[in-house]
Design a protein around this ligand. Structure first.
Ligand SMILES: CC(C)(COP(=O)(O)OP(=O)(O)OC[C@H]1O[C@@H](n2cnc3c(N)ncnc32)[C@H](O)[C@@H]1OP(=O)(O)O)[C@@H](O)C(=O)NCCC(=O)NCCS
Length: 171
């Protein structure tokens, strides 16, 4: 169960990816607040699939990142992240996050947000906004523990104003 491969998403992954997202979040996921930020395409270089080395065409997990904007600062929003229910708990999710964030740093990205559970995302450097002295407004309710922030560059959160608004960025 440890031969996890992470590769770039391709168009042929689409239907498998959709089935995993439907199974994990249900079709009503499209009504969630985060989908307001997912109206354009996800960032291509950060669209990743996890699979077994031995069977790379079978999609086990999926991660995307979207562009968001705070004032004039271009940031990332992680998600959706989902792993096939049959293979949850084997490391596919963590590897997708780790490699996604490593690639984002290599691409010179500054800040990444996620709407997720603090206990899961904390080990990747995500923190609660309140711990960074930030109050960022979004246009609706969020699931889990609200918005979490990960600085991809040293002290990047200090670039943000204390009270600001997260906007989708269409590129
Ligand atoms: C959340 C999800 C992506 C994790 O992927 P995964 O491959 O199952 O997780 P991993 O095997 O990489 O990590 C497992 C570890 O994370 C922990 N974990 C999993 N979900 C967690 C959660 N919601 N909160 C806290 N810890 C969690 C497990 O306890 C385990 O801990 P350990 O490594 O100390 O044993 C997957 O369970 C999933 O698709 N869930 C449904 C959709 C979802 O919730 N997506 C995330 C929305 S932000």
């Amino acid at each position: 169960m440890t031969n996890i491969k992470i590769r770039n998403e391709t168009s042929s992954d689409y239907s498998q990816k959709l089935s995993i997202l439907d199974a994990c979040f249900g079709p009503s996921r499209l009504n969630r607040t985060v989908y307001m930020y997912r109206k354009s395409s996800p960032i291509e270089e950060l669209s990743l699939i996890s699979c077994f080395e031995e069977d790379p065409s079978k999609v086990i997990g999926t991660i995307n990142f979207y562009r968001v904007l705070i004032k004039k600062i271009d940031c990332l929003l992680l998600g959706p992240l989902a792993v096939d229910k049959k293979f949850q708990g084997y490391g596919f999710g963590k590897k997708l996050i780790q490699i996604g964030l490593d690639k984002a740093k290599l691409n010179n990205e500054t800040i990444c947000f996620v709407s997720g559970e603090y206990d899961y995302y904390n080990e990747f450097g995500f923190d609660k906004l309140i711990n960074k002295g930030l109050d960022i407004s979004i246009p609706g309710p969020l699931s889990y523990d609200g918005l979490l922030i990960c600085e991809l560059k040293y002290n990047a959160a200090s670039l943000l104003e204390q009270n600001s608004k997260l906007l989708p960025l269409i590129k």
